[in-house]
Write a protein that binds this ligand. Structure first.
Ligand code: NAI
Length: 373
């Protein structure tokens, strides 16, 4: 059985979603086979070139044209954040299934505006790492006792150079928040996934590089700016102290200007009977220190999360792109079963509510409760 899909926004994530569609049946042969029907990108030539490279049947500059194509049953929205609401809402209202990138719009209200009868899967991919799945299982088994406090840091250097271009990511109107929505949203999702709901926060944030040069012409991701100087409008760094529903205390730090620390994402979780820690850069390892688990790092393997769909033996490294293949499988399985698997729109809405409380606390200096509307 085949299943028609389209991708809107052919930058980094557009390519990763497309490659995940192409590979998903290699790892999950029981799922329907995605058929690449159409790709849209508003930069002239970008969608046409992707159609040639990946084998989409058609390409267009205008994503709205895709909504008239009855062959398309599911759509990936991998365009910049400011377009998530308009495109996501139109795709969902058309009855199609939606795989949409985080943070799902610029605000919780944007995420809430997406409604329709289809399934929605959100790009919170760090959940899918087998070591994270193992950590979740160990926490549920009480292997480290009751969690008392934890640290989640999502540090990167993608904007550490003042020469990095002032792209949509640095503008309020098109990016929304800065590193908070970009990396902080992943951290919030992981905290909720592993430790439960976040109820309140005290936070601080900073713009550490206040001006950058605009890109000349269109960009294809992270590039040097050579145009005129413009203001950075959203935070480069954020730190938040969170209180969870369980009573545990968690510190969250996210930075896009952490020089020398590319993609340094991970956590340390402390409980009454031990600790667990994970670093994305050594994705297949979990570190433990507890009476019931061997101390030090151990490698995950078949039986941990989705590892077995990729490799036959422990300690064979998986990749970032593999996490997106897992996400594609959860999306297709949700559609096949009519039941959500993986990160849902409700997760994106709740994450956005937490991000709004963090942003509000950072700007007012007050402790904030996370409010649902
Ligand atoms: P990007 O800038 O590389 O790609 C965005 C693409 O969308 C570009 O090709 C651009 O031309 C296209 N686009 C812009 N306006 C459009 C329109 N009106 N119609 C069709 N296409 C349009 O950005 P990137 O890094 O791929 O990010 C896209 C989304 O993915 C963002 O929401 C970002 O937060 C998310 N993301 C998620 C990651 C994850 O780990 N889950 C990692 C990186 C990004």
């Amino acid at each position: 059985m085949t299943f028609g899909v389209a991708v809107i926004g052919m930058g980094w994530m557009g390519r990763v979603h497309t490659q995940a569609y192409a590979r998903v049946r290699h790892h999950y042969p029981d799922l329907p086979a995605p058929e690449l029907i159409a790709v849209a990108d508003d930069v002239p030539g970008r969608a046409a070139s992707a159609a040639r490279q990946f084998g989409f049947a058609r390409s267009t500059l205008d994503w709205r044209e895709l909504l008239d194509d009855p062959r398309i049953e599911a759509v990936s929205v991998t365009a910049p954040n400011f377009l998530h609401r308009e495109i996501g809402a139109a795709v969902a209202a058309s009855g199609r299934h939606l795989w949409i990138e985080k943070p799902v719009g610029l605000s919780a209200a944007d995420a809430r505006a997406i409604t329709g009868p289809g399934q929605v899967t959100v790009g919170f991919n760090y959940r899918h790492a087998p070591a994270v799945a193992r950590a979740r299982a160990l926490l549920a088994d009480g292997a480290i006792g009751t969690v008392t406090h934890a640290r989640f840091s999502f540090l990167s250097d993608y904007a550490a150079s003042p020469d990095d271009a002032l792209t949509w990511r640095f503008e309020r109107e098109r990016g929304g928040s800065g590193v908070l929505g970009d990396l902080g949203s992943h951290a919030v999702d992981l905290i909720r996934h592993l430790l439960g709901e976040i109820v309140s926060t005290s936070a601080a944030s900073a713009i550490l590089i206040p001006q950058r040069r605009r890109p000349l012409g269109v960009t294809s991701g992270h590039e040097r700016g050579t145009g005129e100087l413009g203001a950075v409008e959203n935070e480069d760094w954020v730190g938040a102290l969170l209180r969870l529903g369980s009573g545990a205390r968690v510190s969250l730090e996210a930075s896009r200007v952490a020089t020398g620390s590319p993609n340094a994402y991970g956590f340390q979780i402390h409980g009454t009977a031990g600790a667990l820690s994970w670093d994305f850069r050594r994705m297949g390892e979990l570190r433990a220190g507890a009476a019931t688990i061997p101390a030090g790092p151990f490698s995950v393997g078949p039986g941990d999360g989705e590892f077995g769909a990729f490799q036959p033996g422990a300690a064979i490294p998986m990749s970032y792109d593999d996490l997106k293949v897992v996400e594609a499988s959860l999306f297709l399985r949700s559609i096949a079963d009519g039941t959500p698997h993986g990160p849902t729109l409700a997760d994106a809405i709740r994450a956005a509510e937490v991000l709004e409380a963090i942003a509000d606390s950072a700007s007012t200096g007050r402790n904030r409760f996370v409010v649902s509307n």
